[in-house]
Design a protein around this ligand. Structure first.
Ligand code: CO
Length: 160
């Protein structure tokens, strides 16, 4: 099932999400729907709160197939690079955002098994973006203050 995407300034996007404790059929259904939604909307990553579920689940695909990360935490990061980024919750907007070039991330898979992933470049960027969502942060929070305020004002005008 393709899910509706919550767009800025929906309040769920700025609220911290809750960890997953039960790895059951309901979780698998939500993951399947998130993956279907990700591909239907031609996104590179999707966090559960973007589809209205305040839960620590992300689905990502940087071109090498689907990855599902539950309760993900970045354990190490290195380097930095500024690159253009979009977000399904900010349709039509592209921002230049600084992110690490290499990360290590600890997470659980859909069965609850603890895993680690080391990755770099595009996939690292996507995962950092999606983990920010789980912390209630969006691309806007990565911008310098004045840019952020100006863009917020503009986005508010557009949604009126
Ligand atoms: Co996003």
């Amino acid at each position: 099932m393709i899910l509706d995407i919550k767009t800025y300034p929906d309040k769920i996007l700025t609220k911290k999400t809750r960890p997953i404790r039960e790895f059951d059929a309901n979780l698998q259904k939500l993951i399947d729907d998130m993956a279907e939604t990700l591909y239907a909307k031609h996104g590179a990553g999707l966090a559960a709160n973007q589809v209205g579920e305040s839960k620590q689940i992300i689905v990502v695909d940087g071109g090498e197939g689907l990855k599902v990360l539950i309760n993900p935490k970045i354990t190490r990061s290195r380097g930095q690079m500024i690159y253009a980024e979009g977000c399904l919750s900010f349709p039509g907007i592209e921002l230049f955002i600084k992110r690490p070039t290499k990360i290590a991330v600890a997470y659980q898979d859909q069965k609850g098994e603890a895993k680690n992933l080391k990755t770099e470049n595009l996939l690292a960027r996507i995962i950092c973006h999606e983990i920010d969502h789980l912390d209630g942060k969006t691309m806007l929070d990565k911008l310098p203050l004045l840019k952020r305020l100006a863009l917020k004002r503009q986005l508010k005008k557009n949604t009126k």
